[in-house]
Write a new protein. Structure first.
Length: 162
C-alpha cells in the first residue's frame, strides 16, 4: 500500500527530474519521442494536464451519486489528443510551470486527506484488488509522470537516468 510519504517523495523526485531535464527540453522541445507519434512538447502537454494526481485519483475514489445513465466511454487517445490540443498555445516554460503548479496543488490536497482516506480500498477495473486511494494517487500522478519523463530523457539522449 502506498503511503503519504511515498507520494510526497515521488512528487518531489519528479520535480527534481524535470529540473534536470529542463535545459535539454527548452533547447529541443519538438524532438520526437523514440516511440509513438508524440514530441517532447506533446509529452509535456500531457504531463501538465495530469500533474495533479491527487485530484485525478479523487475523481475515481470519491463516491458518486447513484445514476442510471451509462458511464461515459473512456477513450484515452481522444483524451490525450485533447490535452495536447488545449495546450498548443502554451510555451514550454508555461507548460513546465503548469506542471509545477499541479504538483503544488497535489501536495496541498494531499495534506487535506487523512490516513484513513488514503488507506481506503478501491474497486476499479484497472487496479489490483488490494489497491488503495494512495496507490491510485501514486499510479495516476508521479508514477505516470516518471514514465513520460523517461521517454523524454531517452528522446533527448539525456544521460540523466532516475
Amino acid at each position: 500500500m502506498g503511503t503519504r510519504n511515498q507520494i510526497i517523495t515521488a512528487i518531489r523526485d519528479t520535480d527534481r527530474r524535470l529540473t534536470r531535464l529542463t535545459s535539454s527540453i527548452l533547447s529541443t522541445p519538438e524532438c520526437p519521442l523514440r516511440q509513438g507519434s508524440w514530441t517532447v512538447r506533446d509529452a509535456l502537454c500531457h504531463v501538465a494536464a495530469r500533474a495533479n494526481g491527487v485530484s485525478l485519483a479523487r475523481t475515481y475514489a470519491d463516491p458518486q451519486p447513484e445514476s442510471t445513465a451509462a458511464p461515459p466511454v473512456f477513450e484515452i487517445d481522444a483524451i490525450n489528443r485533447r490535452q495536447i490540443a488545449e495546450r498548443q498555445g502554451s510555451s514550454v516554460p508555461n507548460l513546465l510551470e503548469e506542471i509545477a503548479e499541479g504538483h503544488r496543488a497535489a501536495l496541498a490536497q494531499l495534506a487535506q486527506l487523512d490516513d484513513a482516506q488514503l488507506a481506503r480500498p478501491l474497486q476499479l477495473p484497472f487496479l489490483e484488488p488490494s489497491a488503495t486511494v494512495a496507490d491510485l494517487i501514486l499510479r495516476a500522478g508521479p508514477d505516470h509522470e516518471r514514465a513520460h519523463l523517461e521517454s523524454i530523457a531517452e528522446a533527448l539522449d539525456h544521460s540523466d537516468r532516475a
